[in-house]
Design a protein around this ligand. Structure first.
Ligand code: PMP
Length: 428
């Protein structure tokens, strides 16, 4: 896949000396009487379930970076949660063909049958998940997580999840009225969750365990033995497992293991994955949930009342992504591995930083040697060094003292950004 060029403000949209802003049309210069706020008008009051649920910190940071870049500031961004490659051409062409053929209306809510079949066949052969098309719901990955929380959690339920972990799990759990129970993980254990700590945290209210391998933000990959141990705990305590496997294809050493492939786990597991990271398709909003037929029916019920279905003309392209040539995906993973090794070497050369070599995803989670809070450190780094990284505290209490660096950036950007970070850390 060709690397995307970093966007600069194009010359033609820059203001030149002497340019005048376009005059505002007369009719638009006044707010019409009927939309003016009148005395007594009040904005809608937010529901209680939203209090204590912050907006996504990672999305807020990338919005800020885009804004600074559009002002012409030379930012090196390591905050991206998406591959910096273009979607492979065969997939784009398949999408164009379906548009040209007029495939632009609603589809069945659970997805077109060809796509559900393709996803099930892939999950059966690559992930060894014993499923068929009936066990698949086509839906954006993040929406699958949101719907799973609403469909399977009641107010008061407790949900076990690793600390640190991806920002939206806690939000989805809280929106469902349930309570996140964080299990601390350690730098020295490569942030792999310890099953004995899961066992010790189970109460009569525990309903679900959330797992994410390879992990965002740490890149760690849960070993097969640990997955089996956690599965045993889930079976013994009658728990549901939500297994987010969105980075399943981005693995450099070892193998990806799906929880739903462990004997007796399929019925109690909701496996979430999608195309976003594997094929550089984050903007296509296409993913899936794989679960028992009964669970898929519940999720589909929510889908019919929320988004109705995924975008129609992207679904045949998703079939092409899964069944078509996989060479570009393989090249992208090779490229990511080179960047990981480069970034790890450069970080280990910086005084005050240490980092593990993660086996998957495209994130590093360096530890820094300072008492400064990660949010303060990252803001200072953005303001002074013009490098964007995400504060570790955004991912849970155990993320304090760390930051997340996404190496979905060119080698030149990695060299430049880490040389800026080196100077910054020397002056801290
Ligand atoms: N899970 C994890 C761990 C992620 O990092 C992301 C995206 N950042 C998602 C789910 C959501 O994926 P999508 O954009 O395909 O909905």
């Amino acid at each position: 896949m060709a690397a995307k060029k970093l966007s600069k403000v194009p010359e033609e949209v820059k203001m030149k000396k002497g340019d005048k802003p376009a005059a505002v049309e007369k009719n638009h210069s006044k707010v019409p009487e009927e939309v003016k706020t009148k005395k007594g008008d009040k904005p809608a009051t937010a529901a209680k379930r939203l209090s204590g649920v912050p907006a996504s910190g990672t999305v807020a940071l990338s919005n800020l970076v885009s804004q600074m870049k559009s002002m012409g500031i030379d930012i090196v961004s390591f905050s991206m949660g998406e591959p910096d490659f273009v979607t492979p051409e065969n997939i784009v062409e398949a999408c164009k063909a379906s548009l040209n053929e007029g495939f632009t209306h609603y589809t069945p809510s659970a997805g077109i049958p060809e796509l559900r079949k393709a996803i099930a066949a892939k999950a059966f052969s690559d992930n060894r998940i014993p499923c068929t098309a009936k066990n698949v719901l086509v839906t954006p990955c993040k929406h699958a997580i949101f719907m799973s929380a609403l469909a399977f959690l009641d107010p008061g339920d407790e949900v076990i999840l690793p600390d640190p972990s991806w920002v939206s799990y806690e939000a989805c759990i809280r929106l469902a009225g349930a309570k996140p129970v964080y299990i601390p993980t350690k730098f020295d254990d490569n942030f792999i969750i310890d099953p004995s700590l899961i066992s010790a945290s189970i109460t009569p209210k525990t309903k679900m365990i959330v797992l994410n391998s390879p992990s965002n933000p740490t890149g760690s990959v849960i070993p097969c033995e640990t997955i089996k141990d956690i599965s045993k705990i889930a079976i013994e305590n009658n728990l549901t497992v939500l297994s987010d496997e969105i980075y399943e294809s981005i693995i450099y050493e070892g193998k990806h293991h799906s929880v739903a492939a462990v004997p007796d786990m399929f019925e109690r597991t909701i496996t979430i994955s999608g195309l976003s990271k594997t094929y550089a398709m984050t903007g296509w909003r296409l993913g899936w949930a794989i679960a028992s037929e009964k669970s898929i029916k519940e999720l589909d019920k929510l889908q019919t009342h929320s988004i109705s279905c995924c975008v129609s003309f992207t679904q045949p392209a998703a079939v092409e992504a899964i069944n078509g040539p996989q060479k570009e995906k393989e090249n992208m993973v090779k490229e990511f591995k080179k960047r990981r090794d480069l970034a790890v070497d450069l970080i280990r050369d910086i005084k005050g930083l240490d980092v593990n070599v993660p086996k998957g995803a495209f994130y590093l989670f360096p530890k820094y040697d300072s008492k400064v809070k990660s949010e303060v450190l990252c803001t200072k780094m953005l303001e002074e060094a013009h490098v964007a990284v995400t504060p570790g505290s955004a991912f849970g209490p155990c993320g304090e003292g760390f930051f997340r660096l996404s190496y979905a950036a060119s080698e030149d950007q990695i060299r430049e950004g880490l040389s800026r970070i080196k100077k910054f850390m020397n002056n801290l």
